[in-house]
Design a protein around this ligand. Structure first.
Ligand SMILES: Cc1cc2nc3c(=O)[nH]c(=O)nc-3n(C[C@H](O)[C@H](O)[C@H](O)COP(=O)(O)OP(=O)(O)OC[C@H]3O[C@@H](n4cnc5c(N)ncnc54)[C@H](O)[C@@H]3O)c2cc1C
Length: 425
């Protein structure tokens, strides 16, 4: 450990909330010698949720740095392919772009179910029983925190997971079968005002359906598991064919779990007040279509830990002004990036839910996001004080540009790889 433990003993962090970001902090803080206690209002850390989660290379890299890559890989599957289906059921784009993410960043995109991720993050903590309190809800902080601005995005989402239908099991990702429910494949069904995403892992299909709400209906509807086929985000997709002899209704009727909410988004203006600081969704909430919320939250947590590890050796008992400075530096590093991620997710979802006329959904939205996101992923925050010699580096094979540059939409990936040379080389 690079820092003087003795000096830091007096400083202790209280983490409120055992979501992915709180649990990452519970790993990262002790790695740099900072003690903590985490309070979660639920009665267990693994959430009872229908929701899947995919982590990008920068999220996986942070978990690798705190020693969790093997455990992470054991409970997740990688995504390598993406298929876009237009309103008429025609495949408008089918490519292996996700596969190139591993080449470009050293890590792939991996899909998790949240309960397994939460359990793994809990089970791998040092002495969790002395650091984690469940059934412990924060109800008040003596100093009042400033206001929070939430912007209603105007999208409703319904999500869930179902077993892979019997008829589709054993369909390999390399076979020429017409099934879109293949492991490692993400499929996007586009319609005017709506999007359905399917992510298939070894055993399950995770789905998220988005419905664009019109201006006058941006009411707040919090998370609920009480969803039926009549839900406006589900009904348009029920007869959609997601594989030979399988409609979305079949998945819906065999689902293991489902939930829904009207989505909100926003980046808070003030991230700290006195000795309190916001991290993760509490500071920056982005739409889920690009899967950046938890990834960005973990990156913010790493940035905050970096500021604290820079401060504490000099000021083992920092006063409020010193902490405020560290918090301000953390916010300065992360606010712009999270505002950019928020904007990109919003633009992409707006693009994907426009019919785009004869050409199908406007795939340029996807390409633009690919090209912008990749350098941000490459430069993402690591823990400064934790040696990381085993970090996986990108592999830029000669000729990769030719390999991914051909075919419809392939140019986006050739472009990414070209940019990566500048961003990460
Ligand atoms: C449909 C959907 C799909 C998504 N997919 C992805 C994805 O693929 N990849 C990705 O990176 N992100 C994804 N996200 C975003 C991701 O879920 C969030 O960014 C992430 O969960 C934020 O983590 P967090 O720990 O900051 O907050 P949360 O996950 O919201 O956790 C907060 C925790 O705090 C607890 N808590 C709340 N109030 C109190 C209190 N007063 N006292 C004590 N405890 C409290 C809660 O019970 C909860 O456990 C998705 C979001 C949605 C809605």
């Amino acid at each position: 450990m690079a820092h003087d433990e003795k000096k830091k003993k007096k400083f202790k962090a209280i983490i409120i909330g055992g979501g992915p970001v709180g649990m990452y902090l519970a790993h990262a803080l002790p790695e740099t010698g900072i003690d903590y206690v985490l309070c979660e209002k639920r009665d267990s850390i693994p959430p009872p949720t229908a929701l899947g989660l995919f982590l990008w290379p920068h999220g996986l890299r942070l978990l690798h740095q705190v020693g969790l890559i093997d455990q992470t890989e054991a409970i997740s599957s990688s995504l390598t392919k993406i298929t876009h289906v237009g309103p008429e059921g025609d495949i408008v784009r089918d490519y292996s772009g996700f596969g190139f993410i591993q080449l470009a960043h050293g890590y792939p995109v991996r899909m998790f179910d949240r309960a397994s991720l939460g359990k793994m993050l809990y089970d791998t903590l040092r002495a969790p029983e002395t650091h984690i309190c469940t059934n412990k809800q924060l109800v008040e902080i003596e100093r009042r925190v400033g206001g929070v601005t939430a912007i209603f995005a105007g999208y409703r989402a319904v999500f869930g997971r179902a077993p892979i239908p019997q008829s589709q099991q054993g369909t390999s990702s390399s076979s020429s079968s017409k099934s879109l429910l293949q492991p490692e494949r993400q499929v996007e069904f586009h319609r005017d005002g709506a999007l359905l995403q399917l992510f298939t892992s070894k055993h399950e299909v995770h789905f998220i359906s988005y419905l664009k709400l019109d201006q006058s209906r941006r009411e707040r509807r919090g998370f609920s598991t009480d969803i039926d086929e009549a839900d406006e985000a589900i009904a348009p997709w029920l007869d959609t064919r997601v594989a030979q002899d399988v409609t979305f209704r079949d998945l819906w009727q065999t689902k293991a779990a489902a939930g829904g909410a009207n989505l909100d988004e926003g980046v808070v203006r003030m991230w700290n007040w006195g000795r309190m600081v916001l991290v993760g969704d509490a500071a920056h909430k982005v739409l889920p279509n690009q899967g950046m919320g938890a990834n960005g939250g973990m990156e913010s947590a790493a940035s905050l830990v970096n500021q604290l590890t820079a401060l504490l050796p000099h000021e083992p008992e920092p006063n409020t002004a010193e902490l405020r400075q560290a918090f301000a530096a953390y916010q300065a590093e992360r606010q712009g990036a999270m505002a950019a991620y928020r904007r990109m997710a919003r633009d992409e979802l707006d693009g994907w839910t426009r019919s785009g006329g004869a050409g199908g959904p406007p795939l340029d939205a996807l390409r633009a996001a690919d090209v912008l996101i990749s350098p941000m992923v490459a430069r993402a925050v690591r823990l400064d004080a934790v040696p990381f010699p085993e970090e996986r580096k990108r592999v830029l094979a000669l000729g990769v540009q030719g390999a991914c540059g051909g075919g419809e939409g392939g140019g986006g990936w050739a472009e990414i790889v070209r940019r990566m040379v500048g961003a990460n080389g």
